[in-house]
Design a protein. Structure first.
Length: 339
């Protein structure tokens, strides 16, 4: 089942929907309907992938093509999102009132955006950690929002780990994906997602840990998402050559907080055939991603290598065959026996 649904109206309540809201509501309904019509147990799928992300849109930016690829191949793709992204910047002027310093309704709106993105990626198994709204977006590091008791940065780790262990033991993934110890770029919710996922990865396979949460399960591999510096630099160079100067204000990949040295990258997944699905999912996150912003400019200039190929660092587990041109794995399930 998916949590990516909007709450039902009160009896007799009439809800006015603009065109955008209608599309999001329809997508949310479609995701829920797809989940309800598939009567399968996790082990019915020989390949099972679990991704843990901090906010709606993180899943699409870093791993959307990968998710679409494996979903299309029939793998069970489960997305766990830790917050509703309440503190995100609203990029749509007509929706500015949703911001946390105004109506504080952005999180609920982003549930619909995430439903639309999941629909585009063909991902029907989505859950919010602890349930929708259990933990609030913590804002950027060093801001007052970090101190709110309900924010994810302040989450009780034991509670969050238990919630994720329950999902791991239910889904029984061979592969788990999240961020590195810096959360990719230092956002507190990304860092916390890393901490919770690593602890749950180990605890799920420990027979002494919370046996009431179900039969133990030890995933075979744990990956961090990664953006190789060389790929980021190629994107910046292409943008400059085309006359575009705005790529997060950076002239060099070394100026960006989310790049990693190429030698740290162990795995690259070529999902170029699913770039359209990723682009559609990015467009679904309308309040967060500008259609004419640097991501779309990068996609237009660099093409499938920029966004159709996604990169990872193997943190736990045995490395599979290195079939890629740079001696990297080309499949997150490489080396795993699916029988």
């Amino acid at each position: 089942m998916t949590d990516a649904t909007l709450p039902p109206p009160e009896p007799g309540e009439r809800i006015e929907l603009d065109d955008e809201a209608a599309v999001l509501a329809e997508a949310a309904t479609a995701v829920e309907a797809a989940a309800e019509t598939v009567d399968m147990e996790p082990l019915d799928s020989p390949r099972r992938l679990l991704l843990v992300h901090a906010h709606p849109d993180d899943e699409t930016i870093g791993t959307g093509a990968t998710m679409a690829l494996y979903a299309a191949q029939g793998a069970l793709v489960t997305l766990v999102t830790c917050t509703l992204g309440e503190e995100g910047e609203v990029l749509v002027p007509g929706l500015a009132h949703l911001a946390s310093d105004q109506d504080d309704a952005l999180g609920q709106h982003r549930i619909g955006e995430l439903a639309a993105a999941c629909e585009a990626l063909r991902v029907t198994d989505h859950r919010f950690l602890g349930g929708p709204g259990r933990w609030r977006d913590s804002g950027m590091m060093g801001t007052p929002q970090n101190d709110r008791p309900e924010c994810f940065w302040q989450a009780d780790l034991d509670e969050a780990v238990r919630d994720l262990v329950a999902i791991v033991r239910e889904v029984r993934p061979q592969v788990v994906v999240t961020y590195d110890s810096n959360g990719g770029y230092g956002h507190p919710d990304h860092v916390q997602a890393h901490r919770v996922t690593v602890a749950a990865f180990d605890a799920a396979g420990d027979p002494s840990y919370a046996p009431e949460l179900g039969e133990t399960w030890q995933a075979a591999k744990l990956y961090w998402t990664a953006f190789p510096n060389s790929v980021l630099q190629a994107g910046i160079d292409h943008l400059k050559a085309s006359g575009e100067t705005n790529f997060f204000g950076a002239d060099s990949a070394d100026d960006l907080p989310f790049g990693v040295p190429d030698e740290q990258v162990t795995t690259e997944v070529d999902a170029g055939d699913h770039l359209d699905a990723k682009t559609a999912a990015m467009r679904a996150h309308k309040t967060q991603i500008e259609v004419d912003g640097p991501f779309f400019a990068l996609s237009n200039n660099v093409g499938q290598r920029a966004f159709g190929t996604e990169y990872y660092t193997l943190a736990r587990g045995d490395r599979g065959p290195s079939d890629g041109p740079l001696g990297r794995e080309v499949d997150l399930f490489a080396g795993i026996d699916h029988t």
